[in-house]
Design a protein around this ligand. Structure first.
Ligand SMILES: Cc1cc2nc3c(=O)[nH]c(=O)nc-3n(C[C@H](O)[C@H](O)[C@H](O)COP(=O)(O)O)c2cc1C
Length: 340
């Protein structure tokens, strides 16, 4: 039975996402497929299909498959720097997708407006107050604040700071927060701070329904928070966007690639744009090797520091239920403390 606290704190996220539980399973390239997305949607929460670098016909098939597996709403995550991004954006209109999350870099105003013209709600990442204001001026309907604790491509600022810089300042649109979340207790406090919902990635990557290779999931279960480290940038000419992943030989392979690319830039054998392409291709390829082929040595084990909070594999329904139970307990504990 849901408490009045949960009803109060969930109201905004529920209304925006049109789901019972404003918990988002963040898009994960190669991981967020129709099975995972529909499992989360059917469990009453919200999920995103990952556009990534997926060929258009395959992404289109995934959209249709997800629509067959659930009649609940779900969204799509589009990587603005992906080679097929423009074609992916076209699928929003073609398939009447109700939600779009722009990721990678920041979308142009015309792209936000194009998505909105289809009737879709648009969510954008905001890593600073000025980016938040820019995305809102473009027409974003909601924001996602993702701290550097998160898995995958990350910014430089922790969620702790983003909460104070952005969440506490912007009250007129729903804000969803991500990065390092693994417990219902933490979710409760984020709702108390004003979040409309929470977004988790790593926790759902180890769900039973996640079709990632068993080696990938097993490695997550064993990992400690401190093993999920972000990549350094050796040279500012490389424009490396940091990636947080479990440290393995793939991390060293990336460092070797950076040295090779610096030399190529020095010698003029590669242009700036090609260098960035090589960096992005490296991550997409390495993530695929880990998620699909199970290469946990050289593949990329993108994971948030939240990996240290996850100790077992569970069905999606149980992940969500456990978060809800712990959230309820924390709301009651705080309420009692405030009344005392
Ligand atoms: C394996 C993996 C792949 C990811 N790929 C994407 C992606 O394609 N697009 C995106 O916006 N975020 C991506 N993320 C970030 C997640 O959507 C989510 O925001 C993040 O995992 C939250 O932090 P947490 O892992 O600590 O829960 C990825 C994360 C992981 C772990």
């Amino acid at each position: 039975m849901e408490s009045s606290y949960t009803q109060t704190f969930f109201e905004r996220g529920r209304e925006f996402l049109q789901v019972d539980t404003p918990i988002i399973c963040g898009a994960m390239t190669w991981v967020s497929d129709p099975q995972l997305v529909s499992a989360v949607a059917n469990a009453g929460a919200f999920a995103l299909l990952a556009g990534g670098n997926t060929p258009v016909d395959i992404l289109e098939r995934q959209i249709k498959e997800t629509q067959e597996l659930t009649d609940k709403p779900f969204g799509i995550n589009l990587i603005t720097i992906a080679p097929l991004y423009k074609d992916h954006l076209e699928l929003v209109r073609k398939h009447n997708l109700p939600f779009v999350v722009f990721a990678g870099s920041f979308p142009r105003k015309t792209e936000v407006l194009k998505a909105k013209a289809t009737g879709a709600k648009v969510l954008c990442f905001a890593s600073t107050m000025s980016i938040a204001n820019r995305m809102l001026s473009y027409g974003a309907d909601a924001l996602i604040l993702e701290g550097m604790e998160a898995g995958g491509h990350v910014g430089h600022v922790s969620l702790m700071i983003l909460l104070q810089q952005v969440l506490f300042k912007i009250r007129d649109v729903p804000i969803f927060v991500a990065g390092g979340i693994g417990t219902g207790q933490m979710c409760a406090h984020l709702f108390l701070m004003g979040a409309a919902g929470v977004q988790l990635g790593t926790a759902f990557a180890v769900s039973d329904e996640c079709t990632a290779h068993p080696n990938f999931k097993k490695r997550f279960i064993q990992a400690k928070a401190r093993e999920a480290i972000s990549t350094p940038e050796f040279d500012s000419r490389l424009h490396v966007v940091a990636v947080r992943a479990l440290r393995n030989k793939g991390y060293e392979d990336f460092n070797a690639l950076q040295l090779e690319l610096m030399e190529a830039l020095d010698n003029g054998t590669l242009a700036q744009a090609d260098v960035q392409m090589r960096v992005e291709e490296f991550w997409m390829g390495k993530l695929r090797s880990a998620v699909i082929d199970g290469d946990i040595e050289h593949g990329s084990l993108m994971a948030g520091q939240s990996v240290g909070l996850i100790h077992e594999m569970k069905p999606v329904k149980a992940i969500i239920q456990d978060l809800l139970t712990d959230m309820e307990a924390e709301f009651s504990r705080v309420a009692k403390q405030l009344k005392a």
